[in-house]
Design a protein around this ligand. Structure first.
Ligand SMILES: [Zn+2]
Length: 499
């Protein structure tokens, strides 16, 4: 090898490592002092937007929020914070707390095929998601959690909930208690459970309380229903089935004789006929008891939407650039893949599901009106939902349910923080809180679609122009340029397709 080639090789190697170091963390770098200026601020507590304000971030915390007096600015006597090591001008933009995805799954593969984990992590950052409550956590999730906390990867903060159900945990009450202790020892902050009998649930919930672990209950059709969550003190009900089940007069839905729960076509078809069987007065008793026991509800409306409109689900415009081929293959109807149940899905099924949604949404409104806590999570990676896009769609569906956009944003920020027991440091734009802050191109109160990585359109001089999108996703005080994250995802997808 002559000297000239080895010299350019050295430059190439150097450049490669520099670039890959940048690619590893995106544009995410920790600065001592970041200042966001001229921001119209939406807090995560449901109060109206206000501003302009300057926000000072020191390391990982919000250090100062300064109201800007326009008259004082004009007269040159306005007190403005000193320059930051990194400055963001939010003039004409909206600022809000980072979104929390209360039901996330950090996937590095689907259906036995691998998919780079950055794909979902960068999609989340591109959509302004700064925290994932990962309810399917395992040993690898704990590694990603720690790497994210140390800013070694571009990823939202991960709050790891381990899965209670392993082979042993449901055998007897002592095995159940031991499983809870094991999850605590391994460093999980909570756990997710599903499909356990009542005695097992009583034991694990008691142990979880002793160990200080929060519990998210994926409530399916099982021996227990929401009355058990109320009795044992579940932190949040994931999805919904157990709620109408608890309000059915006969105690069990009117299934046909050949129904088989393990057949997902059966399971999801008749789930679409469950809300109509709930008695409204009984439901209100369930709600009041949930509220009394502080059991929150994370409905994940988006993950069932394909059931009411399959054609919409199969033809979303963002698939062209953002759907990874491994995930695309997982979505193809196939009994082997959870949630890919659209085999012989009929217009009648869709009509039942549309009615199901109407009752469900009315129930959600009533739950909050009575004092209940509603969270927001996506459960993407299943049933035609793509990471990040799923959570924004969830927000749109909360609005469709009848909630004001201020309350919708509260669901995904302040409420989600409270459900995780982190309401003292997450989910608000408030001094002393973690600096999880979004700078958005547009007003999400006017149009939640501005939060999609694909943005939206506006008409300028009679012509449609691409606009919107999150500009900066500040996580833990570290600014990530959201469009760069989105571009990196598009490249991951394009490269995977080219292979
Ligand atoms: Zn899930």
């Amino acid at each position: 090898m002559n000297i000239r080639i080895s010299h350019s090789l050295a430059i190439f190697v150097l450049l490669f490592f520099t670039l890959s170091a940048i690619a590893q963390t995106g544009s995410g770098e920790r600065y001592q002092r970041v200042v966001i200026r001229n921001a119209i601020v939406i807090d995560g507590n449901g109060t109206p937007a206000s501003g302009p304000k300057d926000i000072v971030i020191e390391n990982d915390r919000i250090a100062e929020i300064v109201n800007i007096d326009p008259v004082a600015v004009k007269e040159g006597r306005a007190r403005r914070p000193a320059k930051g090591d990194f400055e963001i001008d939010a003039e004409g933009k909206y600022v809000m707390p980072g979104l929390i995805n209360l039901h996330g799954h950090t996937h590095d593969g689907r259906g036995g095929k691998s998919m780079p984990v950055e794909y979902c992590q960068k999609l989340w950052l591109a959509h302004g998601i700064t925290t994932i409550r990962d309810v399917g956590s395992y040993s690898k999730t704990l590694e990603w959690r720690d790497k994210s906390a140390n800013n070694e990867i571009a990823s939202p903060r991960i709050v790891a909930y381990g899965v209670f159900n392993n082979g042993e945990s449901t055998k007897n009450v002592e095995a159940a208690r031991e499983r809870v202790r094991q999850l605590k020892r391994e460093g999980y902050e909570g756990m997710k459970l599903f499909g356990v009998d009542r005695d097992i649930m009583a034991a694990l919930m008691d142990e979880a309380k002793k160990q200080g672990l929060r519990v998210a209950h994926h409530t399916g059709v099982e021996e227990t229903n929401t009355w058990d969550d109320i009795r044992f003190g579940t932190s949040s009900i994931e999805h919904w089935y157990g709620i109408p089940e608890a309000a059915i007069p006969n105690g069990r839905q009117n299934y046909p004789a050949d129904y088989n729960y393990n057949d997902e076509v059966d399971r999801f078809r008749y789930a679409g006929r469950l809300w109509r069987e709930a008695d409204w007065d009984r439901l209100m008793k369930v709600f009041d008891a949930m509220i009394e026991a502080d059991v929150a509800w994370n409905p994940t409306l988006n993950i069932y939407e394909a059931s009411r409109d399959l054609q919409r689900a199969q033809n979303q415009p963002h698939y062209a650039e953002y759907l990874h081929p491994v995930l695309a293959e997982f979505f193809i109807p196939n009994p082997a893949n959870h949630g890919s149940y659209f085999i012989g899905w009929t217009s009648t099924d869709e009509v039942f599901w549309k009615e199901n949604y109407r009752i469900w949404m009315k129930a959600l409104r009533e739950f909050e009106k009575r004092g209940g806590t509603i969270g927001a999570g996506e459960d993407a990676g299943f049933i035609y939902q793509v990471y990040g896009f799923g959570l924004i769609r969830e927000l749109e569906l909360h609005q469709e349910a009848g909630f004001h956009p201020l309350m919708v944003i509260k669901h995904a920020t302040g409420n989600n923080a409270k459900i995780m027991g982190k309401e003292d440091e997450l989910g608000r734009i408030r001094v002393g809180f973690k600096a999880d802050i979004l700078v958005v191109n547009g007003n999400p109160l006017e149009d939640l679609k501005v939060l999609y990585a694909t943005g939206t359109e506006e008409i300028v001089d009679g012509e449609a122009r691409k606009t919107g999108g999150v500009e900066w996703t500040v996580k833990d005080g570290i600014p990530f340029h959201a469009p760069t994250m989105a571009a990196e995802v598009r490249k991951i997808v394009a490269d995977a397709k080219a292979q």
